[in-house]
Design a protein around this ligand. Structure first.
Ligand code: GMT
Length: 384
């Protein structure tokens, strides 16, 4: 199949999932065309069966805001026609789903029907999409997609609750390719771990886009409570609007020497491979891909219990879940896991085993089956 994948190219989970999905499909022989405004961060250059098409919005002094959606729509029309795409798979509704719908209508005037599948990822529904500024467009684009998927049951429930949806929505959970994550650290990882934690301190980590929804200050507070009981270091990977406040908090608590802000990292594995525990106390998370990446690295997770996190993190098995904002409970749970080498080893094993629920091998065929279904419907409609 020739598949156009529309995505955000950044470090966010939706872009990562879309990129990994495209890479896996390309390995299976499908021709993949990534379409975005920048080269996706997790995509290497020059890979068999993969092309990248850049959307460049045209600027003009009249425009206070560059019309990205129109540039994307035109690019979708162009790539579909000239590459002969069979279908489009758009990740994150805003603005990808409405651009895909518009492109579909334009292509009809050229005698082409391009089906499009929308995958909802979270904030496009729970935070941004619900806003009256977007809601009518999101409702329309969901109802008029050829198929819609969501990354968790929780996100499906939220979508049905907040939008007037009159169509089927399929849950296809996020996944990881386990071979991308290290369970047994290499010599270079052991050295790096020693550099960060020279006295054998536990390494606790958090990876995100440092937006408010991630509750970065809770991460620092939980770490502070842990560190009062046992020697530990905190690695904060990522960047975003809450970074400054978290840096201030570290200064006020006098714990800066034990907290490392490492900025954005190309591969989460670099951090997870040397971590003992992962923190994700988010306000809401439709899935929590970073938590799954931690589990796949054999790193137990302390998280909040909001949104789709209970579908990813199993209470008392792969880690623990607490109410949003309950940093004392999260620190207490962290200390339970870190109470002895045996306990940490047990949770680490369980975390890894639990992550196998979300293997690439299990999830990829679900997307392929959906593509087949959509294309079959297209063929039937064309032959009527
Ligand atoms: O977490 C973010 O703000 C980024 C966002 C995205 O679109 O990249 O993440 C969402 O999609 C991820 C991939 O499906 C999910 O794992 C995250 O839980 C979800 N974020 C939220 O719901 C806050």
């Amino acid at each position: 199949m020739k598949i156009g994948i529309v995505l955000y190219p950044t470090f966010g989970g939706s872009g990562v999932v879309a990129t990994e999905l495209g890479k896996a499909l390309a390995k299976k022989g499908h021709e993949i065309h990534f379409i975005s405004y920048n080269h996706p961060v997790r995509l290497d250059h020059f890979q068999p069966n993969i092309r990248y098409h850049e959307v460049r919005p045209f600027n003009y002094p009249l425009f206070d805001y560059q019309p990205y959606e129109l540039a994307l729509t035109s690019k979708l029309v162009d790539v579909t026609r000239y590459e002969g795409l069979d279908l489009l798979h758009v990740h994150y509704a805003i603005p990808h789903a409405s651009s895909a719908y518009f492109a579909q209508q334009i292509l009809k005037t050229h005698g082409l029907y391009i089906p499009f599948i929308t995958t909802l990822h979270g904030t496009d529904i729970t935070l941004v999409g619900r806003h009256p500024a977007f809601e009518p467009v999101i409702t329309f684009s969901i109802n008029n997609s050829d198929a819609v998927t969501v990354v968790s049951q929780s996100l499906k429930d939220d979508t049905l609750k907040h939008f007037a949806i009159d169509r089927e929505i399929q849950v296809i959970p996020n996944f990881v390719e386990h071979s991308n994550y290290c369970v047994e650290p290499k010599e270079s990882d052991i050295k790096r771990k020693k550099d960060i934690a020279p006295n054998g301190e536990y390494i606790i980590s958090h990876i995100s886009n440092f937006r408010k929804v991630k509750r970065l200050q809770d991460v620092v507070s939980i770490f502070d409570l842990i560190r009062k009981k046992i020697p530990a270091k905190l690695i904060l990977a990522g960047d975003g609007p809450e970074r400054f406040a978290a840096e201030q908090q570290c200064k006020e608590l006098g714990i800066c020497a034990d907290v490392e802000f490492v900025g954005n990292v190309q591969s989460a594995d670099e951090i997870l491979c040397i971590s003992d525990l992962f923190l994700l106390p988010s306000e809401t998370e439709s899935f929590g891909l970073a938590a799954l990446e931690a589990l796949a690295s054999g790193v137990p997770v302390i998280s909040s219990n909001s949104g789709g996190l209970p579908e990813v993190n199993a209470q008392g098995i792969s880690g623990f879940l607490s109410k949003v904002g309950d940093v004392e409970d999260m620190a207490k749970n962290a200390l339970t896991i870190l109470s002895s080498a045996e306990s940490l080893e047990k949770f680490s094993q369980q975390a890894y085993e639990h992550s196998k629920k979300f293997t690439l091998e299990a999830i990829l065929p679900q997307y392929e089956a959906l593509y087949e279904k959509v294309l079959k419907k297209k063929r039937e409609n064309l032959s009527v």
